[in-house]
Design a protein around this ligand. Structure first.
Ligand SMILES: Nc1ncnc2c1ncn2[C@@H]1O[C@H](COP(=O)(O)OP(=O)(O)OP(=O)(O)O)[C@@H](O)[C@H]1O
Ligand SMILES: [Mg+2]
Length: 429
């Protein structure tokens, strides 16, 4: 598209050069799209009687869609809902893209070119769209208009010249702001990656440390179990049951301690075919005594996924998730533990870091507690991060470590007012 086309209708009109320079300077100062939108809206109000504006973008790599980057006035709510629309939705913008000329519609209610449904919905009266140029081609439109009571306001020659010059200045300013925002995004992504790496290194360190402690604990536990094992439950009468319970719990503690020793080692050992439904049943039986009476545990299963895993490690991961849910709900509430099998396709894996397409066995632990604050959700897997007076902050670090060891990952979500939901994904056999 030849740039002169956009300005063809302005030939012979007087352009206020000083104003153009001032506007250019103001637009160059904006560093974000939001700042740019505010500046353009202010400048539009300064040079015309229009009180609402919008910026449309025709990305060359997406010729079939129009992206509305920003809007003020009645258009704002519409754009917030659907910022990207197929070409054809806004015929006035399509006309501008095709002709390269400003499109002026004095009264959209009676103009044959306007989208009448939209006009009625928004209460449009006058609509003026001028081209946004970049590198000699039309890349978008700057639109202004009136609505409802403001009535029809046809632009004067002076207003039109100012708007067309604003549209021309807007192209490079938008390009620069988008480049700045891309740069910031890349910077943030890199920072997030670095944080993740740091936390992995910390997990590695904690793994080694806990392996050392667990090794000593394991030896002491062995002595304790051996000593208690010498007492005959029958000799204690009714209390014999207590001894049996204590020995069961000790056996589980030993399994966990052994597990911690494994966590410190490089590779997982002793993987076998494991039914997740079975692991959940076993784990819940063991943790049940520590769940308050007022907390209801609801178990469900959709399929019976089988994974290659070390059963005690899976038990430990489920235990940590359920105990966190217990801590979150307090004395009264609900914990849902669901086992299911999921197929993730190439699209779905994009939203789930650490995943790949294929079949997954999933253990979901959902609670009715207060959920996790937005600013904390990125930290909860960091080793030593805890909000509990007696917490170690290791529980979730261990869960994600176990998931990674088995080629899986952990997903967490906490929609406002709905409690927390953790999902342990393990590759299904
Ligand atoms: N279900 C949940 N609901 C709300 N917050 C949670 C939930 N699970 C974890 N958290 C938050 O994540 C933090 C870290 O959890 P993690 O299991 O790693 O350690 P912890 O529970 O604090 O300590 P420990 O596991 O040693 O008892 C918790 O302190 C809590 O703030
Ligand atoms: Mg915990």
């Amino acid at each position: 598209m030849i740039p002169e086309r956009a300005f063809g209708m302005m030939r012979g009109m007087r352009v206020d050069l000083e104003q153009v320079l001032r506007h250019s300077g103001e637009l160059q100062r904006a560093r974000t799209l939001l700042e740019l939108t505010r500046t353009i809206d202010r400048l539009v109000r300064g040079v015309s009687r229009y009180r609402a504006s919008w910026i449309a973008w025709f990305a060359p790599e997406r010729p079939n869609e129009v992206r509305i980057l920003a809007a003020t006035g009645p258009v704002e709510a519409l754009v917030r809902e659907t910022p990207v629309v197929p070409r054809g939705t806004y015929p006035l913008l399509d006309e501008l893209a095709a002709t390269g000329q400003p499109v002026i519609v004095p009264d959209a209610r009676v103009d044959p070119r306007s989208n009448k449904e939209l006009v009625a919905q928004l209460g449009c009266r006058t609509v003026v769209n001028v081209p946004v140029m970049l590198g000699g081609t039309i890349h978008g439109a700057l639109g202004v208009g009136t609505f409802d009571d403001q009535g029809v306001v046809t632009p004067t020659e002076e207003e039109l010249v100012s708007l067309v010059s604003l549209g021309a200045l807007l192209g490079p300013a938008l390009d620069r702001v988008q480049a700045l925002e891309d740069r910031d995004r890349i910077f943030l992504e890199r920072a997030a990656l670095e944080r993740h790496l740091e936390s992995l290194q910390r997990v590695e360190m904690m793994g080694l440390l806990s392996a050392g402690i667990a090794h000593d604990l394991n030896n002491l536990l062995q002595v304790t179990v051996a000593s208690l094992g010498r007492i005959k439950p029958e000799s204690l009468g009714h209390d014999g049951e207590l001894l049996v319970d204590a020995l069961d719990a000790l056996a589980h503690i030993r399994a966990i301690a052994k597990n911690l020793v494994h966590l410190g080692r490089e590779s997982s050992t002793g993987a076998q075919r494991v039914s997740l439904t079975e692991r959940v049943a076993t784990t819940l039986e063991i943790v049940m005594p520590s769940i308050p009476r007022g907390v209801r545990i609801v178990r469900s299963a959709h399929g019976d996924p089988v994974v290659d895993a070390e059963p005690t490690q899976i038990d430990q991961a489920i235990t940590n998730l359920v105990l966190n849910a217990r801590d979150a709900v307090g004395d009264v509430g609900r914990i849902n533990v669901d086992v299911s099998e999921h197929e993730l396709d190439a699209r779905a894996v994009l939203d789930r870091p650490g995943s790949r397409p294929g079949r997954w066995g999933v253990v979901q632990v959902r609670d009715s507690g207060p959920g996790i604050a937005r600013d904390q959700i990125t930290k909860i897997f960091d080793p030593l991060f805890t909000t509990k007076p007696a917490g170690t902050g290791l529980g979730l670090a261990v869960v994600s470590r176990i998931a990674e060891r088995h080629g899986g990952f952990v997903a967490v979500s906490s929609p406002p007012g709905e409690g927390a939901c953790f999902e342990l994904f393990l590759p299904a056999r």
